[in-house]
Write a protein that binds this ligand. Structure first.
Ligand code: ADP
Length: 286
């Protein structure tokens, strides 16, 4: 499977331009992390790739054909977890999964068993969705996205509301599944991208600022990350951003990223989080 996003611009009826001239191609297998602050355009991009929204300009192709002409192929081969997910409170977990599977044309009940197993919901099958906790509902959302082993998985902040162990468990499940399909995962948790994605798209203000391997994003930040300890708060240069401040016995250890680091800092090995902040901050100033 191949998905081509070609020069896509999305302007909502309100006049809001959510995406501007976005282009990239992804071929199976790939695990693509979409990183960006709130309002960057991540959900809009994901909705366009599921044909839930129609782009204003440009086009999206699936295996070389217009996405809209591939509706039946998408129905069977797409696993989508939107950020806001409508569940049917009156249905039990099993009834809901059965319903979603029927919509996708999945006849094999073993697929439902497998999805419930993966999401730890086997013993909840007879519980009505309305009676589940927030984290359990999120897991039902994940279960309907993975059922049938779809060739294209689009997961919009799938680990919201999960505790750290669950988050790690799920990112490992997605990673395992990405070995023979395309998985898109949007998040603002940089660690999740670092742990599992082999490609990262950084989106800001509706534009793609970076598209490549997480290690290349990190490499682009070498010499732009530093830390210093001062007992008093320094005024940092305008082209620098604070990544973190930690109280230590010797004073406050401040980590900063920036185009031109002041000479009192000690250069540090960049992490993906530094690289992401550096990329977004550099762009927001320009
Ligand atoms: P993200 O998922 O990165 O938080 P979104 O794609 O949800 O970003 O939103 C991108 C921009 O488009 C934001 O400014 C948001 O307010 C706007 N937006 C999103 N949905 C709509 C809509 N239905 N109508 C108008 N503007 C929207």
């Amino acid at each position: 499977m191949k998905i081509d996003v070609k020069d896509v611009t999305m302007i909502y009826p309100s006049g809001k331009k959510a995406l501007q001239n976005v282009s990239f191609s992804v071929e199976s297998p790939d695990f693509v992390g979409i990183l960006g602050p709130n309002g960057a355009g991540k959900s809009t991009l994901m909705k366009l790739m599921t044909a839930a929204l129609r782009e204003t300009r440009g086009k999206i192709e699936l295996d070389g054909k217009s996405l809209l002409s591939q509706e039946s192929m998408l129905k069977r081969n797409l696993g989508y977890l939107p950020q806001v997910f409508g569940l049917y409170d009156e249905l039990t977990v099993w009834q809901f999964m059965d319903y979603m599977s029927a919509l996708k044309g999945i006849k094999d009940k073993e697929e439902i068993e497998w999805a419930l197993e993966q999401t730890g919901l086997k013993d909840k099958r007879k519980i009505r969705i309305g009676n589940l906790s927030g984290g359990q509902k999120q897991r039902v959302g994940i279960a309907q996205a993975i059922v049938g082993h779809p060739e294209l998985m689009i997961l919009d902040e799938p680990t919201v509301g999960l505790d750290p162990e669950e988050r790690i468990r799920f990112r490992n499940i997605f990673s395992e599944m990405s070995r023979d399909r395309i998985v898109f995962l949007s998040t603002h948790i940089v660690d999740d991208v670092q742990a599992v994605c082999n490609r990262v798209l950084v989106i800001y203000g509706g534009k793609i600022l970076f598209d490549g391997a997480p290690s290349d994003l990190i490499d682009s930040t070498v010499d732009h990350v530093g830390s210093y300890v001062r007992s008093l708060d320094e005024v940092i240069p305008e082209d620098c951003e604070i990544v973190s401040k930690v109280n230590t016995r010797n004073g406050v250890l401040t980590r900063i990223v920036g185009e031109n680091l002041p000479d009192y800092v000690e250069k540090c090995e960049p992490t993906l989080e530094d690289a992401y902040l550096y990329t977004v901050a550099a762009h927001s100033r320009s």
